[in-house]
Design a protein around this ligand. Structure first.
Ligand code: NAP
Length: 318
């Protein structure tokens, strides 16, 4: 069986694959493949290990006539045309659960960083602008007693809620289906979408990206939010209208934002959002702890090999 990985994988992972399949991989750990490079590389592939920057659309899938499985090294699969893969009899798998805690941790790290202005605080110390103690120096936003609104109450959304409870926050959420068991277990309350926007002191987006959710948070939605609220997006960039977010942050209609994801990644360094002091940013590292990333890689390999072996994968998408 011929397997291609669109990123260089850790040696112990690729060694495992080489024992069982005819394995090749893209030469870089960081550099994404172009569409043309991808189409060339997968012509003979029975299996692909993919990452979220690979656009596996109908045209790309058509260039891989032997393909049996796409094993995605992520939980989000919005870069894959799953319908087309299913039509072609190609199994798609992903890596849910193993990254839930790491991603919820990073979400909370960003939330805290925005609440307490950590990037500005760090810069003040490093750049020699720390003059003395002053009463309202870098005065931030209190978590205890504040309301956190979570859009998307699945695995990671609920893990964020559990962390919020540890900070004595009031947890409200919106999701397409209500989650009565999680509400009781965590102590969270379902609210309508607009009510979550209106009530949240911290708004956390934890939905998957789908075309119908594009710019779910735009000018109108931001206008409903409290002007001292903080928005945290560690889900997918396309869920937020970045131009509207920039205007809201610049004009004092929103206190701050913390973003791990952007509509275009890597985000261009001249992006207007990066000029604002009230924006905390990270380069899409939600799941990036060493333990989680290795678990994700190992699950990706197990899923891939299971399908090629005619077995059911552990975490199928289709
Ligand atoms: P999940 O367990 O599937 O949770 C997603 C939740 O969103 C589900 O509860 C689902 O409702 C709800 N939902 C889906 N479509 C919806 C819609 N159209 N309207 C309203 N609610 C909708 O997924 P997860 O594991 O928590 O991951 C969530 C997302 O986080 C991923 O898809 C990915 O994009 C992102 N993520 C980012 C990073 C990072 O590095 N920053 C890391 C991991 C994941 P139901 O329960 O009714 O299906």
């Amino acid at each position: 069986m011929n397997v291609f990985a669109t990123r260089k994988l850790p040696q112990e992972v690729s060694d495992k694959l080489k024992q069982q399949v005819d394995y090749s991989e893209w030469h870089s750990e960081e550099q994404a493949m172009t569409k043309g490079e991808l189409m060339d590389a997968i012509k003979e592939a029975d299996g692909i290990i993919s990452v979220l920057s690979d656009q596996l659309d109908a045209e790309v899938l058509a260039s891989a006539p032997h393909l049996k499985v796409i094993s995605q090294l992520a939980v989000g699969i919005n870069n894959i045309d799953v319908k087309e893969a299913t039509t072609r009899g190609v199994r798609v798998t992903n890596t849910p659960d193993v990254l839930t805690n790491a991603t919820a941790d990073l979400t909370f790290a960003l939330l805290l960083a925005a609440a307490r202005k950590l990037s500005a605080a760090s810069a003040e110390v490093r750049e020699g602008n720390w003059k003395s103690w002053s009463l309202l120096q870098l005065a931030g936003k209190e978590l205890s007693g504040a309301t956190i609104g979570i859009l998307g109450f699945g695995r990671i959304g609920q893990a964020v809620a559990r962390r919020a409870k540890g900070f004595d926050m009031n947890v409200i959420y919106w999701n397409r289906s209500k989650k009565p068991e999680a509400e009781v277990e965590i102590g969270a309350t379902y609210q309508e979408f607009e009510d979550v926007l209106k009530q949240a002191d911290f708004l956390v987006i934890m939905l998957p990206f789908a075309p119908e959710l594009k710019y779910l948070i735009g000018e109108e939605e931001l206008a409903l939010m409290k002007s001292d609220a903080i928005l945290v997006n560690t889900a997918r960039g396309g869920l937020v209208d970045e131009a509207a977010l920039y205007e809201a942050l610049k004009n004092g209609k929103l206190a701050a934002a913390a973003l791990d994801v952007f509509e275009k990644e890597p985000v261009p360094t001249d992006h207007p959002l990066l000029t604002l002091p009230n924006v905390e940013v990270a380069p899409h590292i939600g799941s990036s702890t060493l333990a989680t990333r290795m678990e994700m890689a190992n699950l990706t390999v197990r899923n891939l090999l299971a399908v090629l072996d005619g077995k059911e994968p552990e975490t199928p998408v289709n």
